[in-house]
Design a protein around this ligand. Sequence first.
Ligand code: G3P
Ligand code: CA
Length: 309
Amino acid sequence: MATDGCALNQITRAAGLAGILLALACTTSTETHEPRPFPTPFEVIAHRGASAYAPENTIPAFQKAYALGVVDVELDIQLSQDGEVILFHDSSLREKTGEIGAVRDHLASDLLEMDIGRWFDRTHPEVEQKWSGTTLCTLGEVFERFGDRFHYHIELKSDDVELTARALDQIRAHGLESRVRFTSFRFEQAERARRLAPEIPTGLLVRDAARLRREAPAPDGVTTLSLQQAEIDRARMAGIDQVGFPAEDLTPELIRYAQGRGLEIRAWRIRSDADMHRAIDLGAMGMTTNWPDRVVRELLRHKRRRTTR
Ligand code: G3P
Ligand code: CA
């Protein structure tokens, strides 16, 4: 793993990950299927940092992503009780830190003492490096550490009305307006981001098909595709230029519908190589993944197969 990461790092530092993927675009193929060329540029986005290798949404997860040569990272933000922008995914602190309540119930000073590394070590015994003692961090800390080395896909995780404004303060204070994209499953948050910062691109994340159906006001007789199309329509109406769907829900009809309306599609929830191939073959422009190195390695494998045929 270390050798692969190192090699990838050297390659991507020299050419840029997007450059490598672009170079592969014309030659990518496998014996079992014939993927379409990659869209340009294709975004390999380290999900909550390189979260297969270090605790999600922490400085070490972003350090790992950087060491792997990744230029796009995704992260989840919520506000602390005293208005600090904290990186954390879940609505409850319990599972990953053992603490009670939610991010919103605690002062930043307390949150920044909370250990998420113990949870990672317990749930990822296959990872050799141990992370006990790794604590939560703020958006400001991430920006200070990594600055413009990354492009940040910032997911507005809570429905706090102040969240976008506080995140924008940090983005502007660090001069990173051109290095960020807001995303959210919460339409109101995505819409608010468009209003407050029209210069920053925004993506709407769409729930999986089963949940869309469950939450539809009148699911009888309504197709999944029409529910997905409605999400695309309301995104477009709000000036949102990207929609994110789980890889397993992508279909040619859905992609055609979005692209016909000028929206990019990106994939989330990549659980297997099959998910990865599906997203790429259907024409997604990028994907979040806990294993960014695997995505690039797979592409290199495709290229080798092609050239040795
Ligand atoms: O890329 C979007 C992805 O981050 C959404 O899922 O649960 O990790 O926030 P989640
Ligand atoms: Ca997320």
